[in-house]
Write a protein that binds this ligand. Structure first.
Ligand code: IPM
Ligand code: MG
Length: 364
């Protein structure tokens, strides 16, 4: 049966980078025998404009029925006036929740030819290969109660709830431990256990699970403030990082910059393997945003989305050879000197989204 792929380009450069990835999908279908059927729908600001909500119920249904979803980016200045629950970002949060994709994998790998593009010294980042596992459907971004309160005296209060249950912690920790077993067998769990109850529970649960089921993985713990500092001081000390939703949101942007550009980082969001389904469903997206400042100008780097497609082929489509092929082509392309503007050093010529994609297709 053909693989059922739903693409949600979203807003801003989302349409351009997903357009690039779709050309790669077509190439894999036409020349490499990948049986895939693609459908497309709206999310984020595009859905707000069309449906009045950032994720229409029918889109949610299509996403949960799909074998995988490839998403671009959501958001933009046109929507800044909207109440929080109607903003484009809510579409993405609702989608993650509806798909049950609680484990967000964000690999930060430095391609040898991009060492100079990092803002850190070459010796700190050459051969860097970190995998961040971010909890994605709990914590501060979903906790109840949340809202605004009128204090009656002309003042207001805004509040959110940071909350985790042991079950939410253990299921994402298990994903991180398993991935660590397949890599360098090192896991660093990041929390704020010295201040937050949810962080204390996080640390206790991760420790218990590690001792009981993954004694072969060297588990360490780090407070998030220290981790933010260590990531720019000595990033190569990390192998797999496990952290909660908000800390992972912040630290993954930091890790992305280590690799030279936010435009290089792919992600895969996975949930439980569902019995009776031939594929592990997943949501795949670049970690960068919609970049309204460069949208529609053929300047976006499509590689994070194309590398997200590679993750999709590996984790959801059971096509690891095609995933390798894409990743190798990206490495070759960069070694040959192809640079979008986010990657170009002073004096280097930058090419556009379409030219980058065309050169990649030649290598496939
Ligand atoms: C990310 C983004 C999203 C998040 C936004 C767009 C809701 O920053 O994927 O990191 O906060 O998770
Ligand atoms: Mg983010």
């Amino acid at each position: 049966m053909a693989f059922n792929l739903l693409v949600l380009p979203g807003d801003g450069i989302g349409t351009e980078v997903v357009g690039a990835a779709l050309q790669v999908v077509e190439r894999l279908r036409d020349n490499h025998g990948w049986q895939v059927v693609v459908s497309q729908d709206l999310i984020g600001g595009a859905a707000c404009n069309h449906h009045g909500v950032p994720l229409a119920p029918e889109t949610k249904d299509r996403a949960t029925a799909a074998d995988a979803v490839l998403l671009g980016a959501v958001g933009g200045p046109d929507f800044d006036h909207l109440p929080l629950n109607k903003r484009p970002e809510q579409g993405l949060l609702q989608l993650r929740q509806a798909m049950g994709v609680y484990a967000n994998l964000r690999p930060a790998r430095v391609f040898p030819s991009l060492v100079q593009a990092s803002s850190l010294k070459p010796e700190l980042v050459s051969d860097l290969d970190i995998l961040m596992v971010r909890e994605l459907t709990g914590g501060l971004y979903f906790g109840q109660p949340r809202g605004f309160e009128d204090l009656g005296d002309g003042n207001r209060r805004g509040f959110n709830t940071q909350t985790y249950t042991n079950l939410e912690i253990v299921r994402v920790a298990r994903v991180a431990f398993r991935l660590a077993q397949q890599r360098g067998k090192k896991l660093c769990s990041i929390d704020k256990a010295n201040v937050l109850e949810s962080g204390r529970l996080w640390r206790d649960e991760v420790s218990k699970l590690g001792a009981a089921e993954y004694p072969d993985v060297a588990l360490t713990h780090m407070y998030v403030d220290n981790a933010a500092m260590q990531l720019v001081r000595a990033p190569k000390q990390f192998d797999v990082i496990l952290t909660d939703n908000m800390f992972g949101d912040i630290l993954s942007d930091e890790a992305a910059q280590l690799t030279g550009s936010l435009g290089m980082l792919p992600s895969a969001s996975l949930g439980d393997v569902v019995a009776g389904r031939p594929h592990q469903p997943g949501l795949y997206e670049p970690i960068h945003g919609s970049a309204p400042d460069i949208a529609g100008q053929d300047r976006a780097n499509p590689l994070a989305t194309i590398l997200s497609l590679a993750m999709l082929l590996r984790f959801s489509a059971g096509q690891p050879a095609l995933a390798d092929r894409i990743e190798q082509a990206v490495a070759t392309l960069l070694a040959d000197g192809a640079r979008t503007q986010d990657l170009a050093a002073a004096g280097e010529v930058a090419i556009g989204t379409q030219e980058m994609t065309a050169r990649l297709l030649k290598l496939l």
